[in-house]
Design a protein around this ligand. Structure first.
Ligand SMILES: Cc1cn([C@H]2C[C@H](O)[C@@H](COP(=O)(O)OP(=O)(O)OP(=O)(O)O)O2)c(=O)[nH]c1=O
Length: 214
């Protein structure tokens, strides 16, 4: 593939890599960023998801430009935010935080927003914001404790992963499922295709060894 058609995934999320691969797209490079993800005062969750996706893509694109052997590429980033109304739930890192999130989600409908941002090799910036509504069943004390003990909540927005044990908490999901996991595939593929990234070529190349890779 020519240099202009290379894809950099600006993410350290294993879920995002897997989702891209599920769509038949193998990023040429995975390049996590380390931006400040603190919401601004009174920031709406949808604005936060969009802003952070853009900041991740821009941070990665800037750092790539500083490299000696820099070649223009597509840079893709995403950010997923879980919210109850306007209240933004944290990406849980400690048990108490996770317990609070899950108690809040129990028996309620919440929204999951993912912002995606694509920077094209010629520097154009494209964005999408995708929203999914998710209703959780009421969680019993035992379910809550067992889920906390599983550790699956760690590092995930809203302290759950719908792709794992928490899939059984979902009574109803309206919208994109892959959006909840962290990368809305329909919108991602549309964005890439719309800007000339050869998605179909990627599909053909799936399973074939890449030049220069073992
Ligand atoms: C709601 C939900 C979130 N998540 C994950 C996806 C994201 O990894 C994470 C949300 O945090 P993000 O800040 O969007 O992503 P990240 O910090 O993990 O990765 P990066 O910024 O490097 O791309 O929560 C799930 O895996 N399943 C779910 O059901």
């Amino acid at each position: 593939m020519s240099a202009e058609k290379k894809l950099v995934l600006a993410s350290g999320s294993p879920r995002r890599i897997e989702l891209l691969q599920q769509a038949g797209i193998e990023p040429d490079r995975v390049f996590p960023t380390d931006i400040d993800e603190t919401p601004l005062r009174a920031e709406h969750p949808r604005s936060l998801a969009k802003r952070l996706a853009r900041e991740k893509a821009e941070a990665a694109a800037e750092r790539l430009k500083e490299e000696k052997d820099y070649e223009p590429s597509f840079v893709l980033a995403a950010d997923t935010v879980v919210a109850v109304g306007r209240r933004i739930l944290p990406k849980a890192e400690i048990l108490d935080e996770a317990a609070n999130c899950l108690k809040l989600l129990s028996g309620r409908t919440h929204r999951v927003y993912s912002g995606i941002c694509l920077i094209t090799p010629d520097g154009k910036l494209r964005q999408r914001l995708v929203e999914t509504r998710v209703r959780f069943k009421r969680l019993s004390r035992q379910e809550l404790d067992a889920y906390l003990a599983s550790g699956e909540w760690r590092g995930k927005a809203g302290a759950y992963g719908v792709q794992g044990l928490a899939g059984s908490f979902v009574v109803k999901l309206v919208g994109s499922y892959t959006n909840v996991v962290g990368l809305p595939l329909y919108e991602t593929v549309s964005l890439l295709t719309g800007d000339g990234y050869p998605v179909l070529f990627s599909w053909l190349a799936v399973g074939q060894p890449k030049p220069g890779r073992k």
